[in-house]
Structures are given as C-alpha cells and as structure tokens.
Design a protein around this ligand. Structure first.
Ligand SMILES: O=P(O)(O)OC[C@H]1O[C@](O)(CO)[C@@H](O)[C@@H]1O
Length: 523
C-alpha cells in the first residue's frame, strides 16, 4: 500500500487520475460552446479541446491532490522546487517590478551598459555567442522586433560547426564588433570554442586587446574572470535561473542592444502580467492551467505523441525552437521526482513552423495522417506592415486550418462536393474516400492583439507556467536536464580520440569503426 501523500504518489496510483481519464474518454472532442480565456492581453481559445463539466471538475480535483496551490506559491517564493539540484526556479523574480537587490542591481547595470553604448553609438556589430537557453530567447526577440532593420548588425553563433562561426564573423569590421559570450555555466564547449575563434579573429585584425571588446553573461562569474574578463565586463544571473527560463535576465542584453532596452522591459512587463494571472485566476479561467491539462489529456490519455506549434507570423520563426527547448528539456523525462518510473507518457515531441509555410509542408499529415497532433495556432490580430490584404488572408488561413482539424469532413460531404463538380457517381465515390477529414483533432488558438514585447513576454510566460503545471501533475522535476550530460562526456572523450588519444575500450564496434576511420583520414 503506497503511503506517500497524493501530491507525491505515482499518477496511476491516484484515484483522481483515473477519474480524469474517465472524464476525458467520455467527453466530446470539441467543447459545446466557445471556451476562451483572457490572459496577458491575449485570448486563448480552447474550444477544440476535449471538454465537459466533468473534465473540468476532475482536472481541478487532480490538481488539488497534487497540492497545486502550495506548489505554485513555492515556485513564486523561490523555494527549492528544482528538487534534484536543490535550487529554486525563480525566473519570475527576474520580471518582478521590485525584485531582490541583486536582481535589481544587475538589471540596472545591463540597462546602463546598453544606454551608454547607444549614446556613444558604439558597437555597430554584435556577435552573440551562446547555445540553447543562452541563445534561442535572444534570437526570438531580435527576429520578432528587428525584422524590419536595426542600426546594429547582430549575428548569432551557437553550433560548434566551424561554418557557424565563420558565417557569424564574415564581413564584419572587427574594430566595431562587440562579442557577447552568453553561457550560464561558462563551461559549454561550443560557446567557449567559438569565443576563442572570435578572439583570434580580432587579434588577426590587429586588435591588441580583443578582450576589451567582449562581455559575458553568466551564472559563473569566477570562470569568466579566470577566462580573462574584468568584473565590469561580466553580467550575472544565478544558478536558480534555468537556462531555458533565462531570457528575462542579462541574457537579453544583446537583444537590448539590437532592438532597444524598452523591448526587454516590455517583455518583462508582459511576463509579469501573466505571472499575476497564473497566481490569481481561478482554475477554470487560468490559461496556463487549462493549457497544461488539455496537453496532459492529449498526451497521456488520447495518445498523441507530439505537439505542433504553428505560429501564423513569420517574425516568430524562432518561437518554435524556443518552445521546443522549454517543453522538451523540461518534460522529456521518464522518472518522477523520487526517481520512480512514470507509468504514463510524459512530455510530447514539439515541432512546427510558421504558418502559412507549414500548410505547404506538413498539414497534409496533420489533417489526414494516421496519428495527427494537437496544434497550437498562434497569431496576431493586427499586423505591423502596410498590406491589410496579406493579413486578412493570413488570419483566414489560420482559422481555416483550425476549423478543418476541429470539424473535419465526412465521406458524404466529400462525395457531394465531387458530384457538384459534375464528376460521375462512380468516380466521385472513389475520390471521396481520399478526401475525408476525421475532425476532432485538438488545437488551441492563442490570439495576441499585436506582436509587441508585452504580448510576447506574456506568451512565453504562459508556456513556462503550462510546463510547470504539467511537471507537477506528471510528478517530474521540470527544472533539471540530467539527460544532456552523458552525450557531452562521451563527446569530450571522442574529441580526444579523434585527435590521437588511445581509444576507450568502452566504445561499441560501430563507434570504434568511425573513430578509427575519421582519424585515419583526417586531412
Ligand atoms: O548556458 P550554458 O551553460 O552555456 O548552457 C547552454 C544550454 O545547454 C544546456 O545545458 C543543454 O545542454 C541547456 O540547458 C542550456 O540552455
């Protein structure tokens, strides 16, 4: 008999879970009436998600059994919710209007640096070197607000592939270039190697003190100093900030330089508004909670293996990898906080592309594929360009794809359509079989009034809190990422072996074959 409190029990040992499963299986795949929640200035439409009064009641009971209210408070209080690293996950503090002193101090330092660089018209070029959580957020913000041109050039270098740093530096004047080394750990091989190349590039251009053109953003200032930087060149964040939750910290300094410090402030303000909503809205009207529960139903009960993100705004191309890391690095786990196997499917594979490109790439699969996937449609009601016609068509496509997934098309409908074209009955009957859409395929529509720093900040915080709730219900720790370490350790060994070190006996035959082959053919 499991004596653990419900808040810690394996999900499948909780009666509340089984009640939720039953409610989901009994409920219609589309809500009987529009289900729209207002949050952070956005409208979140969950109509195309499985829903009934029983679904809502059992979801609330499950959250209560998981001690949702106190778990949420612990998150906002900076308690050590990251249980396996015994740390807080206090990213909400980074967007608090009156944060703790060290956050306020660092925020002020970063802002002053940006303002000084602007007033002195310094740093025509920014090369942002960082990867994962130290990269996607900045790329997203710059892509969203800098697409129509900026006076500074900004380049991103993440991959260890030398073509990335080559392209990142190509054509830039080293004398006008600031290198931003963004790395929480200051240990990431790709980032340190790429930073070395940037230093060499400046030296090769005759710059005597290249380190004077470098700033670092890190939670490991000691390492940055040992690397050669002065304290004044180091902007801090803390180990209680997860990399994939760090855009709110000084990690955003390059974005401030590229698209303006007001953008960074706007992001934080939007996220803060979503924090307040998450903290105060009742369960049934709490957008992160309802998105989270719908996602759990789709993944753990209705067996959808993935989640598709279709952002109907070309400025949000980097939103997909941003959410991929946020969701998959947080929820890609098979054991709970106590290391016990989780006996239901957890974090889905997240994939996607901006709409309408996506329609001509994988929507065939979403509409008629054997699996399908829940879709998050993300759009802006108002455009920032001069062509109303384009925006009308964009929104029309977004609504149309969603409607087709939600309502489907029956054989009869397809048949009548073909017959209406004057096709023969026999031919129409044959073709109609290929034109059926099952319908009842889940989706959310997240409509922002306009793409502003505020609305983007609110959107990112919405997903952060959704991930927190899903972690809580599945019983896993969404704030660690132990699974990324093993490959890094193996890569360090293999790097040495490719350079001539004795091969490890632990390699399998295939890996050993490739090490020997690559080594023997190294040019
Ligand atoms: O900011 P860092 O320490 O360089 O790490 C970069 C990224 O690498 C990861 O640790 C995964 O390998 C991410 O969690 C993180 O965002």
């Amino acid at each position: 008999m499991n004596t653990q409190p419900d808040s810690h029990k394996p999900l499948t040992q909780m009666p509340q879970w089984h009640a939720y499963v039953q409610a989901i299986n009994a409920a219609p795949r589309v809500a009987p009436a529009p289900r729209i929640i207002e949050a952070g200035g956005m409208q979140i439409d969950l109509t195309a998600q499985t829903y009934s009064a029983d679904v809502l009641a059992t979801a609330s009971a499950l959250l209560e059994a998981r001690d949702f209210v106190s778990a949420r408070q612990a998150l906002f209080d900076g308690a050590p919710v990251n249980t396996t690293e015994n740390r807080a996950a206090w990213h909400t503090q980074l967007r608090a209007p009156r944060p703790i002193e060290e956050v306020a101090e660092e925020r002020k330092r970063a802002l002053e640096f940006v303002r000084r660089s602007d007033s002195e018209r310094r740093w025509r070029n920014i090369v942002h070197i960082g990867i994962g959580g130290s990269d996607w957020g900045v790329r997203l913000v710059v892509g969203a607000f800098g697409y129509a041109g900026m006076w500074r050039n900004i380049r991103f270098v993440a991959n260890i592939d030398g073509h990335a740093v080559e392209g990142g530096l190509a054509g830039l004047d080293p004398r006008e270039t600031l290198i931003v080394v963004a790395t929480k750990s200051f240990k990431t091989a790709e980032t340190l190697e790429n930073a070395k190349r940037a230093i060499e590039w400046m030296k090769a251009a005759g710059i005597a003190k290249p380190l004077n053109q470098v700033i670092a953003v890190t939670a490991n200032p000691q390492e940055a100093q040992a690397w050669g930087l002065q304290q004044s060149q180091i902007f801090r964040f803390w180990d209680w900030v997860g990399g994939r939750f760090s855009i709110w910290s000084a990690v955003g300094v390059a974005a401030g330089l590229a698209v303006g410090p007001d953008v960074v402030a706007g992001l934080q303000s939007g996220a803060k508004t979503m924090d307040d909503h998450f903290l105060t809205a009742p369960i049934e009207q709490n957008a992160p909670v309802q998105l989270a529960m719908a996602g759990i139903a789709n993944r753990s009960i209705l067996d959808y293996g993935s989640l598709n993100i279709s952002a109907y705004d070309s400025r949000l191309a980097n939103l997909i990898p941003y959410i991929q890391q946020l969701e998959m690095e947080s929820l890609g786990k098979s054991v709970d906080r106590d290391g016990q196997p989780i006996t239901v499917p957890t974090g889905p594979a997240v994939w996607g592309m901006p709409g309408t490109d996506a329609q001509h790439t994988f929507f065939q699969w979403l509409h008629q594929g054997s699996d399908g996937a829940p879709v998050d449609f993300i759009a802006c009601q108002h455009e920032d360009h001069a062509w109303k016609e384009h925006h009308i068509q964009l929104l029309a496509h977004c609504l149309a794809q969603r409607e087709a997934l939600m309502n489907g098309k029956s054989y009869e409908q397809a048949l009548q359509e073909s017959l209406a074209t004057g096709m023969s009955e026999a031919a129409a009957r044959e073709l109609a079989k290929h034109k059926v859409h099952p319908g009842g395929r889940p989706s959310n529509l997240i409509m922002m009034p306009r793409l502003t720093p505020f609305s983007l900040g609110a959107l990112l915080a919405l997903y952060e809190h959704k991930v927190f709730v899903q972690g809580l219900v599945w019983g896993l720790n969404p704030f660690d990422q132990w699974g990324v370490e093993y490959g890094k350790v193996l890569a360090t060994d293999i790097t040495a072996e490719l350079k001539g070190a004795a091969p490890q006996a632990t390699h399998d035959a295939s890996t050993r074959y490739w090490i020997e082959r690559i080594r023997s053919q190294m040019e």
